[in-house]
Design a protein around this ligand. Structure first.
Ligand code: NAD
Ligand code: LMR
Length: 342
């Protein structure tokens, strides 16, 4: 099951002339929130993918210029711009993959949950559009708090009668990207070789790197486990503080989201060996949503890798138990919000 797990983003820009390597398909992709701090570099990175035929950029403002700018890159994806609610339907019509980085980011002193009041409504409205105009698309949710926005999306899709749990993902790739970087630095490993699964959710202690499952196998002292775990859990806050009021991670997030989108499309394209960690509907714990490694295939989640939760260290077992109550609360908050509005 090693496959392409933990692979860095390798956009096949050189494949522009020859087309996709593994299959014949190309995909229509919509980015909602495309003019934002994440949306712009994310759109640039995925514009380089030979797996994309159409790249639709949607935002409530400023997206025309972004699309005009990107459209001059000589890579195959055709870029188009859609502004405001009246153009959401056209942006979404029949797309294969929807990526959602729309919403407000944190400022110093805030938790991700502090974004709930604004972002919950944004995600709800955008997912209603997805349900109406591209109900078969894979959905990658980046907007925080991911632990709640994914359950909101699930409820909206259920209410519209189009929920397919295999197609809804909370993007937690940035946690894996960070874990790989920090572990490689700490242990002097070649970055390209390192993969650390990260499970649970995407906020504070709900982010749980499984350092004992690092590939290649590497020994950590208890102090190193504690230090690395806490750094990975607080890495978002590290960036928020460094940006000092100007937002949260955008460039590393764009990189991570582009990697996850490329993996989703490679799965759709029939590549048989694509694994990523993601926050999905899952039965690996008693919670309805949980991030683990998943296998991506032609219909989205092909398999949830339950082995992630086997053979954990005592430290990791305790951390799983400890994260559940916060994650449960965030899931319930999302579900309650969505049901109240229905
Ligand atoms: P940003 O403010 O720079 O960009 C957000 C964009 O969303 C803006 O262009 C804005 O116009 C747009 N937007 C707002 N309401 C919209 C709507 N109703 N429809 C369409 N677009 C709308 O913020 P950012 O730095 O790009 O962050 C976006 C979100 O991503 C935040 O919620 C942030 O917390 C989250 N985030 C998640 C992760 C993760 O790992 N999942 C990592 C980083 C940031
Ligand atoms: C991150 O992990 O960088 C994002 O969730 C943004 C944030 O608020 O920390």
């Amino acid at each position: 099951k090693q496959g392409v797990r933990g692979r860095s983003l390798q956009v096949r820009a050189d494949a522009g002339a020859s087309g996709p390597k593994s299959g014949q398909s190309t995909f229509k992709v919509a980015v909602l929130g495309a003019a934002g701090g994440i949306g712009q570099p994310l759109s640039l990175l995925i514009k380089m993918s030979p797996l994309i035929s159409e790249l639709r950029l949607y935002d409530i403002a400023n997206v025309k210029g972004v699309a005009a700018d990107l459209s001059h890159c000589n890579t195959p994806a055709q870029v188009s711009a859609y502004t405001g609610a009246s153009e959401l339907a056209a942006a979404l019509k029949d797309v294969d993959l929807v990526i959602i980085p729309a919403g407000v980011p944190r400022k110093p002193g805030m938790t991700r949950d502090d974004l709930f009041n604004i972002n919950a409504g944004i995600v709800r409205t955008l997912i209603e559009g997805v349900a109406d105009h591209c109900p078969n698309a894979l959905i990658n949710i980046i907007s925080n708090p991911v632990n709640s926005t994914v359950p909101i999306a699930a409820e909206v899709l259920k209410a519209k009668g189009v929920y397919d749990p295999k197609k809804l993902f909370g993007v937690t790739t940035l946690d894996v990207v960070r874990a790989n970087t920090f572990v490689a630095q700490k242990k002097g490993l070649r970055l390209i070789d390192v993969n650390v699964p990260v499970i649970g959710g995407h906020a504070g202690v709900t982010i749980l790197p499984l350092l004992s499952k690092t590939k290649p196998t590497v020994e950590f002292t208890p102090e190193e486990v504690e230090e690395l775990t806490v750094r990975i859990q607080n890495a978002g806050t590290e960036v928020v503080e460094a940006k000092a009021g100007a937002g949260s991670a955008t460039l590393s997030m764009a990189y991570a989201a582009a990697r996850f989108a490329e993996s989703c499309m490679r799965g759709l394209d029939g590549d048989s060996d694509v694994y990523e960690c993601a926050y999905v509907q899952s039965e690996v714990t008693d919670l309805p949503f949980f991030a683990t490694t998943v296998k991506l295939g032609k219909k989205g989640v092909e398999e949830i890798v339950a082995e992630d939760l086997e053979g954990l260290t005592e430290y990791e077992k305790k951390a799983v138990d400890a994260l559940k109550s916060e994650l449960k609360g965030s899931i319930e908050k999302g579900v309650t919000f969505a049901k109240k509005q229905a």
